[in-house]
Design a protein. Sequence first.
Length: 282
Amino acid sequence: MTAHPYAGKRIVLTSKHEKLKLIKPAFDQYLGCDLFEENLDTDQLGTFSGEIERTAPPRETAILKARLGMNSTGLKIGVASEGSVSPDPVIPFVNSNIEHLVLVDDENQIVISEVYRSFDITVATITTSPGKDISEFLQTADFPNHGLIVRPNAEKKNDCVKGIRDLDSLNNAIAASSRISANGLAVIESDLRAHFSPSRQKNIAIVAKQLAVRASRLCPSCQMPGWGRSGYEKGLKCSTCKLENPDAIRQAKTSCDNCNHILLGQVLAKELDPANCQFCNP
Ligand SMILES: [Zn+2]
Ligand SMILES: [Zn+2]
């Protein structure tokens, strides 16, 4: 058996927020590559706390970040992540953390990517003023295990004090923010940068494992890394009324982005249960 193309390879992780320790273990285990961190300012591509708006979609932003590290080191393979925490796109009133991780491989002209969505994320925000009892909020925010940001209460997110992890700094920041705020109020919110958010760290480690596993698998047709689950074949007929639901899952699909080779997995269902039929059970 020939060695995996990434075994022993130097691969650069562009990161500002100490993500190497979250991502490297899975890359060591599944790829045996030499992943190292290139600490670069990626704020030009947008910031987590929102002072600089992100313009590109998250996967594209991650690719741009990976290229920053590749350009600065001269290496052909780079990794970067891009995450967001926001109200879930599907489920109302729930926050979700979506983590994208990409591996850009210019030696083979491929990009391998993974995404992980989790509801396991500690995020909280409150508007307050100096001297107010915020102990309940601090518990919800899991402070000081999770870091906080304080800023004046204004539409524009300016004058942020970030990375707060102790009560003295928190109280000082509330006082300072309230002094320069037009209405005397300060906003406290979770600092969701990876190094201040242990719940996000867990999710980054999970997407790192997903990506490392995908990259470790070679396409059976073209031998490129990145062979993995790519979605589902859909469309099932109801066993009672025989009408088709085009969204019902029939079987898993594994495919290669490079050569488009596709392999269909085990059939998960042949017919639709009338209980799930939009016509029999609307
Ligand atoms: Zn292929
Ligand atoms: Zn039916």
